[in-house]
Every structure is written in structure tokens, then in C-alpha cells.
Design a protein around this ligand. Sequence first.
Ligand SMILES: Nc1ncnc2c1ncn2[C@@H]1O[C@H](COP(=O)(O)OP(=O)(O)OP(=O)(O)O)[C@@H](O)[C@H]1O
Length: 551
Amino acid sequence: MKHLWHILRLIWRKQPGALLRGTALAVTVLVAGVALLGLSGWFITAAGAAGLAGAGIAFNVFQPSAAVRLLALARTAARYGERLLTHDATLKSLTDIRVGLLRGVLNLPFDRLSRLRGAETLNRLVADVDALDGIALRLFIPAVSALILYLGAYGTLAWLTDPLLAGWIMSSFTLGVGYVLFWTARHAMAPSRRAEKALQAYRIRLIDLLRARDDLLVYGRLPDQSSAVAAAETRMRENLNATDRLERRAGLLLALTTTLSGGIALWLGAALAARGEITPALAALGFFATLALAETVVPLRRGLADIGRILDAARRVTGLLPDDGAPAAPAIAPAQPAGAASLTFEQVRFGHSGAVRQVLEGFDMEIAPGEIVALTGASGSGKSTVLALAARLVRPDAGRILLDGQPIETLDHPLLRAHVTYLPQRSTLLGNSFFDVLALADPALTEPDAEAVLEAVSLSETVAARGGLRSRLKENGAGLSGGEQRRLALARALLRRPGLLLLDEPTEGLDRPTAAAVLNGIRHVLPNATILTASHRRVEKDWAQRLVRMP
Ligand SMILES: Nc1ncnc2c1ncn2[C@@H]1O[C@H](COP(=O)(O)OP(=O)(O)OP(=O)(O)O)[C@@H](O)[C@H]1O
């Protein structure tokens, strides 16, 4: 529940004026609705009574009928304004929350970020934020306006008719409605949660199916995965049907409650009228006003049928939103040639969170400026981890890492990124063309610079054969061979012109002559840089000036 309040506060804080005006209009809509039906009931009864008493000719029909028309118009106009204001304000607030959420995700520690699944995160960003619009629009604003109306309706009925009659109407109505809404929320919690989970599972499985269709086809698992997608969809439908059924039942119970309260109002009103304490027309006003109160619970009913989904979304979003004022990941400076840097590891200890085993224990390493060093060792011995630590993607549990004698945790982000570039084993090639992919490293990239690095990684001919730098690429470099994709990512890393270049198996997938040419090309582009590679291949070890074997 506290997450719900937190999100509500965020939504409200961003658009307080519009939401307050929207709530005032929501109250106006309800007041006009109750007044409209109450006045109509009073008007019909009073006109009838005047006719029976033979005073019909003297009965003023113009004022009440004008008031009925005015109320109907006011109600429509207020409804329009309320929808416009509250929906617009909520959607604007949610846009800010969505940006904050994205910032929160991007600011997660690398360890957590690397564990996020793309499809799941996308779902979370989209579906969870969408679910939050119900907090203001279907829960808070309707609840507040309903409470204000109940108080107003009680006061008006007590003044016009009788405090006892008003007390009976309002207490029977609010207790009945309160119980039905509570019942709806309790029973809808589980199916609405399950429906949302099934929807997420459906989307994730479908994305997995599309992404891995070749593997699934090869392993003969395409039908299984298709069935899994269909099963999630069925589960979602079943649970959505369950919440719809609940909402309909709640509607029935609310109609019964309203009828019961209306019946009480009619009976008490008739008794008071028979005793001559109020006129029959006023008794009718009480009855019709009670029936009109039912309008207050329609949006709440829908909101509470969705409560499980809304609560889960609020909890997840709150967990990911950065604290107020947390800075976005800072932009990094354009590429500038950086001087060669020394790199030192002193007694570094590191273990991945949740892992039983420490990857590094008292690890020492010293690399001089301009040196090329290859980290070697068995698979899983921690070579990539050393590179990630040197790039400050993860932080050591103990010990120190120094860049040019300065602890890297003290370097500000732009400075660190200007000096250190890391090429992981798998890179993402963002962009529509070769040029776009490369420009990620340097927004001021020129075509001659791009051609120079492509030449260095032996990709010039490939790019020319594809129609040049501006030719279109498929998603994430699909359509290029594995080795070509790697070289393109390497060319991008070279464009940063770092003082310290960290390479994770840079020539993996290349034949020996191409690998040797690429390695020489790296040195040619960065003649002075310090280079640390994680290497299994002989060609990389031969290229290095020194080997550091992982313990
Ligand atoms: N995000 C992670 N969470 C938990 N454990 C991890 C994570 N990343 C790596 N590991 C584990 O840390 C250990 C070191 O992994 P690392 O990738 O550094 O090894 P490596 O020497 O580079 O291996 P390879 O030569 O196969 O690339 C491995 O046992 C690996 O399973």
C-alpha cells in the first residue's frame, strides 16, 4: 500500500493544479448527477401532487425544468473538463515517471543491469507504467470525490428532509458500498495479478520465440515454444475473464445495495410524509438522490478489479525509480586522443553478488603505460572480470585499482570514459548503417576517420561491397558474419582513442592471417595506448609483450 501512496504522491506532485481542478470537476459531475435526479423526482412528484390538489395551474414548472436543463448541461461540461484535465495531467506525470524509471534502470549497478532481460525490462517499463494511471484516475480521484459527495449529500438531505432519513440513507448506502468494494478488491487481487503475470509471460515467450526461431527450429522445439506462448495467452484470458466476472458481480451487488438504500429512503420518506413532517415531493427527492449515488462507484469498481496489477506495478516501479534528484548517467566527452595510462591491481578481491565462489582473491597486476598485456588462463578463471573491474563496470570487494596511480573510483565518469575503453566479448551494434554504428563512439565522426578505423580492422572491403559507410544494416548487425560484427565493434572502440584499451578476445572467430592483420591495425591506430586483452588464442598471446596468467 505504501508504494501506491508513493506513486500517487509522485503523480500529484508533478501536476497538482490540474489534478486538483480535475477533482473539483469530478465532484461537480457527481453533485450535478445527484441533484439532477433528485430534482427531477421532486419535480414530477410535486407537479403530480399539485395536479391532484387542483393547484396545477399555479404550479411553476419553468424554474424546475430550467434547473434540470442547467444541471444536465453543467454535468456534461464538467465531465468533459474533468476527463480532459485528469487524463492529461496523469499522462504527463506518467511520462516523467517513465523517464525516471528508465534513468533508474540505466543507473543500476552493472551487476544488476547485466542480469536484466531485454524483453522483461521493456515489458516492465511499458506495462507497469500503464497500470499506474489507474491509481489517480480510477482509485484516488473517484474515492475522494465520492467521499466529498457523500458528506454534501448527507448535509443537503438532512437540511431538506430529515436528519434521521438522511442518516439512514447515507449509512446504509456507504456501509453497503464499502463492503462490496472491499469484497471486490479482496477477490480481484489474485486473478488480476495472475492476468498481468500471464500477459508478461506471453510477451516474453513470444519475443523469445521470434529471437530464437532458428535454434528452436533446429532443435525441433518450435511447436513447444508456440504452445508455451498460447498457454500464457490462455492463462491471461482466463484470469481477465475472472476479473471481468468479479466486476460484473460487484456491479450487481452495488445495484442491490443502491436499490435497498433507495427502498429505505422511500419507506422512511413515505412515513415522514404521511406524518406530514415533509412533503411527498421532498420524500421523492431523497429516493431519487439515493439512486443517483450509485454513479459514484462505477470507476472505483473498475479500479479495484485491477488492484492486484496496480499494486504490483507500483511496487516494482518504486523499487526502480531513482531517489529524487539522482543524476542521470552523465554524458561522456567526445573522443580525444588520451595519453597512455598505467594500470595497477593491488590485492583485489571480487565475487559476483549471489555467487558462492570468489572470482579474484588478492589479485595483483602492474601494467606500464603503452604496454600490451594478455591475460591468459582457463575459461571461467576471471579474465573478463578483470577487464570489467578495470573499466569500473563492477567494483572490487577489497583492494585497489589504480589508473596512472589514481584510484579509479575517484575519477569522475567522463574522465574515466575518455581514458578507458572496453570491448566485451559480445557487443551490441546500435544504428542503421555502418556509419551510425561507429558514430556511437564519436558523435563528431567524419567519414575519413571512419574509413581509417575500418581499414585498420580489415573491414574496408566488406563495407565497400555492401555499398559503403551509409548502407543499411539489419538489426544488431545481422547479415554480417560473426567475425565482421566483432571487427566493426572493435573499430568503434578504436575511435574512442583511449589511453587504456581493454579487449575481451578481440580476434575470436577470425582466421589467423586476418587476426594478425587486425591486431597490427589496432597498434597502428593506437601506437601508444596501454592494451590489456583477455586471450585464449596463440595469435593474441604472440602479439602481446607480456602474459599475465590468471591464478
Ligand atoms: N554476472 C555474473 N554473475 C555471477 N557469476 C558470474 C557472472 N559473470 C561471470 N561469473 C562467473 O565468474 C567467473 C569468472 O568469469 P569470467 O567471465 O571473468 O571468466 P573468463 O576467464 O573471462 O572466462 P572465458 O575465458 O570463458 O571468457 C566464472 O565462474 C563465471 O561463471
